[in-house]
Design a protein around this ligand. Structure first.
Ligand code: ZN
Length: 235
């Protein structure tokens, strides 16, 4: 009898605590609200807790990990998109070329991993900031964030963080982003859920500048290259 009761208790424990979280469409496309922590870091609580732990350990080694971008809403991403689109168009590029240029580093609103509250762009706050902090050359040997990169290469995974857009030469989609990390446990589940929603329908119903050039073929390729061609550890 005792054994049966134990099994029933175990069963309910597994059902209650092991079930993965359900994410709404709003959670996945940057239209839900996000918890705001100290330092104005907007992240899911488990991600923030893991980050704070990593940050305090790095400080002991003289690295001051600072987040320059955490959660971004749909509207925020839309502002980035619009600014870049207008800039490329006024520099003389065609709409298609402008879009191709934007998606070297920036996502179409609704498709950013920054919408999930699991992804962060980080630098070393101990170093005086240059005009543009998020440049790959800062992270290579001789670059101002090379010590940060070396520390992250060894330690980030211990705190659950993985690089998303790696320097694998065969990788397509977004260019190498040595500053962009993702909290694996949660973002893997969110990616799985994100792939179930009809992103094409969402994008075509939003007023995104240049979206009349989002053909079915373009969006299919975008999902394959820009959404899915990431560090395999995150899938
Ligand atoms: Zn990023």
């Amino acid at each position: 009898m005792y054994k049966i009761i134990s099994l029933i208790v175990l069963f309910f424990y597994v059902v209650t605590f092991q079930q993965s979280e359900i994410f709404s469409k709003a959670d996945l496309i940057g239209k839900a609200s996000m918890v705001q922590h100290e330092n104005e870091y907007n992240l899911r609580t488990e991600v923030y807790d893991a980050f704070v732990l990593m940050q305090s350990e790095a400080l002991k080694d003289g690295i001051n990990i600072e987040i320059v971008s955490s959660y971004r809403s749909f509207e925020h991403q839309k502002r980035i998109w619009t600014r870049k689109y207008n800039r490329f168009i006024s520099s003389g590029l065609s709409p298609q070329k402008s879009i191709d240029k934007i998606i070297e580093y920036s996502t179409i609103p609704g498709t950013s991993r920054h919408h999930w509250g699991t992804d962060i762009d980080i630098i070393d706050g101990n170093i005086m900031k240059p005009k543009d902090v998020l440049l790959a050359r800062h992270f290579i040997k001789g670059g101002i964030y090379h010590d940060l990169k070396k520390w992250l290469d060894i330690n980030a995974e211990n705190y659950g963080f993985c690089l998303v857009y790696t320097d694998n030469v065969d990788r397509k989609g977004f260019k190498y982003e040595p500053w962009h990390f993702s909290y694996k446990v949660t973002s893997r589940d969110m990616l799985e859920e994100f792939l179930k929603i009809d992103i094409k329908e969402i994008l075509l119903n939003e007023e995104i500048i240049g979206s009349n050039y989002f053909t079915k073929e373009f969006l299919d390729t975008y999902v394959i290259n820009n959404v899915l061609d990431i560090n395999p550890d995150l899938k």
